[in-house]
Design a protein. Structure first.
Length: 152
């Protein structure tokens, strides 16, 4: 898991081949003007989901993980207090992994909470369980989904 700001994004661009394209899109797109929804950048390899939703409580937030995609969650408005726990430490699954939706939820409580303000992002790799959208207000964010495996 990485927490940083968009101004420092170049430090992380070399970590994965599609990160430079994701950071370029963040810098060159007026993300606040995008309506909530899904926007393709490179087919299924790289896309962004824009959300504008009321925050939830820590008790209501469920840890989740993904196996096919890395998340870069960029907060645009509000503060998203995201929970985190190493996936290896999660032992209370809500259900089996959903291959189609690339998600699995857990009853485990996060071990760490990260208050992420506007202009900051968290990168969650497949071994990072995370519980997003914890806030007392509204959260507007852009979630960049970066495929781990190339698709034909």
């Amino acid at each position: 898991m990485i927490l940083s700001t968009l101004t420092n994004a170049d430090r992380y661009a070399a970590l994965y081949p599609l990160f430079p394209r994701a950071f370029e899109f963040m810098r060159n797109t007026d993300l606040l003007s995008l309506a909530p929804g899904r926007y393709p950048i490179i087919d299924k390899q790289l896309f962004v989901i824009v959300e504008n939703v009321p925050g939830r409580t820590r008790a209501d937030a469920k840890l989740e993980c993904h196996r096919k995609y890395i998340d870069i969650q960029l907060v645009l408005e509000g503060t998203d207090e995201m929970g985190w726990m190493a996936l290896a430490d999660c032992c209370e699954p809500v259900s089996d992994y959903n291959t189609e939706k690339d998600i699995q939820f857990f009853h485990d409580a996060p071990t760490t909470w990260i208050a992420t303000p506007p202009g900051a992002f968290c990168i969650f790799f497949p071994d990072d369980a995370h519980a997003p959208l914890v806030s007392t207000g509204n959260v507007r964010k852009a979630i960049f989904k970066i495929a781990l495996e190339p698709t034909p």
